[in-house]
Ligand binder design. Structure first.
Ligand code: AKG
Ligand code: FE2
Length: 262
């Protein structure tokens, strides 16, 4: 976990020319891109974050697209993403058991994808003016966040922001929107944001486990009963991205949009 943060920081310490080779604002380009803020050309407010985003699974389909500089990038993040995936799938198996779903429910197409975001928040001259990331829930199934030792992540709990204090060598695991839908509201997506700091840079590595693009996402059949009808409409996984982005940009909750009102 430490090596991942070291290499992540080394990437953002590279000269701009080295990083801008990956820079793109094309939302359809998912191979390996560097971005700043969230959607720089369209958003009303910019956020104090740079990010490197790429797919990680299956490794052999993606690793050749990742940065070659720092020299250890692929060497460290290859095994790292495999290990994080194994851990994520084990957590999903436990969630599956906890929800009383048939064993292996999340194995296969529901967890076929994996995405990694290396986030970098440089020191900010005035943290009262800008956030690193605004309030949001992650769209997929679960997030495993390696947040290192620098505080900055806050979670929305009991109507207030609570700092998630870094714990050495521990992942922050977030329930995501699609898991809330599949669990028919039994599990809640964690709303969070990132605050900035004036004196220290913060680098984090977030891995998301997500469904393949073409499958139907809906409340699990065994969690829908007469007493507990489906709370959300079903949709094709790949269509969620645009609903998520449009709503999150407007400060609205994408889950509200999919809610079935009786
Ligand atoms: O950097 C962090 O602490 C959180 C990052 C995050 O929320 C995200 O990448 O979705
Ligand atoms: Fe997030």
């Amino acid at each position: 976990m430490k090596d991942a943060l070291v290499v992540a920081k080394e990437f953002f310490d590279l000269p701009v020319e080295e990083k801008e080779r990956f820079y793109s604002e094309d939302p359809n380009l998912i191979s390996c891109v560097v971005k700043t803020s969230i959607d720089f050309p369209k958003e009303k407010f910019h956020f104090w974050r740079d990010t490197l985003r790429h797919r990680t699974h299956p490794l052999e389909d993606h690793i050749h697209l990742w940065p070659e500089n720092p020299a250890r990038y692929r060497e460290v993040f290859g095994p790292y993403s495999v290990e994080v995936r194994n851990l994520g799938l084990r957590i999903l198996d436990l969630i599956c058991e906890g929800l009383g779903l048939e064993s292996g429910y999340f194995r296969g197409p529901l967890s076929e994808g994996q995405l990694m975001l290396v986030n970098h928040y440089p020191p900010c001259p005035d943290p009262t003016l800008v956030l690193g990331l605004p309030k949001h829930g992650d769209p997929h199934l679960i997030t495993l966040l390696n947040q290192g030792g620098v505080p900055g992540l806050q979670v929305w709990k009991d109507e207030q922001w609570v700092m998630v204090e870094p714990i050495p060598n521990a992942f922050v695991v977030n329930i995501n929107h699609m898991l809330q839908i599949i669990s028919n509201g039994k599990l809640r997506s964690a709303y969070h944001r990132v605050v900035t700091s004036s004196n220290v840079a913060r680098t984090t590595v977030a891995c998301f486990i997500l469904p393949s693009k073409d499958i139907l996402i809906e409340p699990a059949k065994s969690l829908v009963t007469e007493l507990r009808p489906p709370l959300y409409e079903s949709f094709i996984s790949g269509d969620f991205e645009s609903i998520y982005i449009n709503h999150t940009h407007e400060g609205k909750d994408p889950l509200e949009h999919l809610m079935i009102r009786s």
